[in-house]
Design a protein around this ligand. Structure first.
Ligand SMILES: [Zn+2]
Length: 397
């Protein structure tokens, strides 16, 4: 993953809403759809950008570049896989305190939250980056520099987002900008992998923390505005049996064989299903089980990830998975010559709902108008989520 050193973030303040953009370089282009900015929002942002305080905030963001780069390296080198974000969270909390937040705290799941009070304190806008990275604990996270580019696992997704969150807070403080709404600056936990969005789910279930607008900063193409969340279902599926010696107990049902059949039936059915209609994906990401080449295993497991742009397809592909596993179970139990039947267990290890905000909503429109203000051309982008983007020079990995 690479991040351009000239990465810059900007901010706009629109009647209590806070918007921002980050510049990032990534590599492969992916299909997407183009957004349309309505004239009233372009005018609003143009007007706002002429404001003296906003100009001062922009200057402060540019002036922070060296500091931001040092902080990006420092935070990147604190490993933070899902469920192990604490050390990075402590450092991030102290950065928010130093930046001048009114109060900073860590909630019971580990989200780091800073409050900057608004003039009216009526609404609440949240600006978030996620603390965790997708990389496991043993990954070498030392930042390396080649030319003008920094390389390290997780430096873009989403350590750059965390640095941008703090940079916006500093710019607001420096330019003495008052917002109408309260603004929360957040480092959330559990965005990646088995974290299953536990940080954000907690923030929206916690009644003491009412958030009206949510803006999440992610690594990706400059100008990428995501207004759709991609849904996913994830399972760990385990076939279990008595196990025994491969010669002495031959004829027992074999969980590993059943797992192989299940993958075969599921991949065939799911392949057919995902060839048309809304974009939907499936993946058997990890398998395991067994103790030696000459033992019939006690257990055999796989981890499966399914994603779709629409909830209906998630339900359908989910049922294909369950039917395939059931078919494999029955078939392998019928084939056994002795011993008890195999059983199967489904453990849900991830559930992310699909969701979409209309392109015409003010929050989405203002985001697009803000990125357009900074002058890139209008081209479509795509990626992990459906996106609306007024331009694209780079696109997501
Ligand atoms: Zn991310």
């Amino acid at each position: 993953m690479k991040m351009n050193l000239t990465a810059t973030c900007f901010l706009g303040l629109v009647t209590g809403s806070l918007l921002w953009i980050t510049h990032a370089h990534a590599q492969e282009a992916e299909p997407g759809k183009e957004g349309k900015v309505e004239a009233q929002y372009s005018r609003e942002i143009d007007q706002l950008a002429r404001d003296k305080q906003i100009q001062k905030a922009f200057q402060h963001i540019v002036a922070q570049q060296k500091q931001n780069r040092e902080e990006l390296i420092m935070l990147t080198e604190i490993p933070a896989p899902p469920f192990m974000e604490q050390k990075r969270g402590i450092r991030f909390a102290s950065m928010l305190k130093e930046a001048g937040a009114d109060s900073v705290w860590t909630d019971k799941v580990g989200n780091v939250i800073a409050l900057r009070k608004g003039r009216k304190g009526k609404g609440c806008v949240a600006l978030d980056g996620h603390l965790d990275t997708v990389f496991p604990a043993e990954t070498d996270v030392k930042v390396k520099m080649k030319g003008d580019t920094l390389f390290a696992p997780g430096i873009g997704d989403d350590t750059r987002g965390l640095v941008a969150v703090v940079a916006v807070l500093r710019a607001l403080e420096d330019a003495k900008i008052e917002t109408q709404s309260d603004v929360l600056f957040i480092g959330s936990v559990g965005e990646e992998g088995l974290g299953d969005l536990r940080g954000v789910k907690h923030l929206f279930s916690d009644q003491s923390c009412r958030i009206d607008s949510w803006i999440s900063i992610e690594a990706g193409a400059m100008g990428r505005v995501s207004n759709m969340g991609l849904g996913s279902n994830r399972y760990k599926i385990t076939f279990k049996g008595p196990g025994g010696h491969s010669w002495g107990a031959f004829g027992l049902a074999n969980p590993q064989h059943a797992l192989g059949s299940a993958i075969h039936y599921f991949s065939k059915a799911a392949d057919k299903f995902t060839r048309s209609g809304a974009r939907t994906s499936f993946n058997v990401g990890r398998i395991g089980g067994g103790t030696s080449v000459n033992s019939i295993p006690f257990a055999s497991w796989m981890e499966v990830d399914m994603r779709s742009e629409i909830p209906e397809n998630l339900v359908l592909i989910d049922s294909l998975l369950k039917a395939s596993v059931q078919k494999a179970l029955e078939e392998n139990n019928q084939m056994r010559r002795s011993g008890p039947a195999l059983t199967v267990e489904f453990e849900r290890i991830g559930e992310r709902p699909s969701g979409e905000l209309a392109e015409t909503l003010p929050l989405v429109q203002r985001s697009m108008a803000s990125v357009a203000y900074f002058g890139a051309s209008q081209k479509p982008v795509g990626g992990l989520r459906t996106q609306i983007s007024p331009f694209q020079k780079e696109s997501r990995r």
